[in-house]
Design a binder for this molecule. Structure first.
Ligand code: SF4
Length: 285
């Protein structure tokens, strides 16, 4: 890959106005910037799951892997462990990672594996035409809930903070400036980063007007204060009609899974070599 042209020949099949376009444009610009700043294009690996979001890897000319439903994180984790120098970016939907693959998400946060997860959270199954997901609000009427969703959504940011995620943020697919800023910080963050993007599905759950009235970008927020991050995360529960904070909620420095894993192997090897050396010395060999 000698040029910076990240476009591909694939025909884009997303609906006109879909929030996925903002994520695609923002990530392309961020990766282009990072390549210009010195990260080789070959060092990026994109992983996607199953859902409308997953097509994003068809539209970016980089190494990529289409995984199974809910299995973005196991694939991304394996790639990162095999070669920790790679920048591994996972794309997943709310049905994909907050439903089918939830346990993988929790354990990735718990382990602090250095991958970035971008969740296209449109709060509906778009590809299968409008069923409710774990983040659909109560009362949501769709194909599988014609009388309204009887469950409450869960709050993924609260869940991620409680699971030890070392970088937690929320973006919105109306405009790309904030997305660009958050994506870049997340990719440069050493550790597990999760960005929940309120990605509007214009066809099955058009929330542009709703979000436009409520979102605001956090200012004077201390990103290193866990309690403040939790308080901000709880400000909107994905169900009530309150204001919706956007931006980076939390970040902390902590040893990553792959670093501790490698340190373990290296120190074990050194220990073993030392023992062999001592044994040979004793035997005067
Ligand atoms: Fe986007 Fe929804 Fe269309 Fe899927 S169905 S491409 S999420 S607008």
């Amino acid at each position: 890959m000698s040029t910076l042209n990240l476009n591909t020949y694939a025909k884009n099949t997303w609906c006109i106005g879909c929030g996925n376009f903002a994520i695609l444009n923002a990530i392309r610009l961020v990766i282009t910037e990072l390549i210009k700043e010195g990260t080789p294009a070959e060092n990026f690996v994109l992983v996607s799951g199953i859902g409308c979001h997953a097509k994003i890897v068809d539209y970016i000319n980089l190494n990529s892997f289409y995984s199974l439903h809910g299995r973005v994180i196991p694939v991304a984790t394996a790639i990162k462990i095999a070669d920790p120098s790679l920048k591994v970016i996972g794309f997943s939907g709310d049905g994909d990672s907050y439903g089918e693959g939830l346990e993988h998400l929790l354990f990735a946060a718990k382990r602090n594996i250095d991958i970035t997860m971008i969740i296209h959270n449109n709060r509906v199954y778009g590809l299968t035409t409008g069923q409710f997901t774990p983040t659909s609000p109560s009362g949501y009427k769709g194909r599988s809930t014609p009388y309204g969703n009887k469950e409450k959504p869960f709050n993924p940011l609260e869940l991620m903070l409680a699971s030890n995620a070392s970088f937690v943020a929320r973006g919105f697919s109306h405009g790309i400036d904030l997305l660009k800023k958050i994506f870049k910080e997340a990719i440069l963050h050493k550790g597990f980063s999760l960005i929940d993007v309120l990605q509007v599905c214009v066809t099955f759950y058009n929330m542009y007007e709703y979000y436009d009235k409520r979102v605001y970008v956090m200012e004077n927020h201390n990103e290193t204060d866990f309690d403040q991050a939790m308080k901000k995360a709880k400000e909107w529960d994905y169900n009530s009609d309150t204001k919706i904070p956007l931006g980076i909620f939390y970040r902390k420095k902590e040893i990553t899974f792959e670093d501790s894993f490698q340190t373990g192997i290296i120190s074990e090897t050194i220990d073993r070599k030392q023992k062999i050396y001592e044994h040979l010395m004793k035997k005067n060999l």
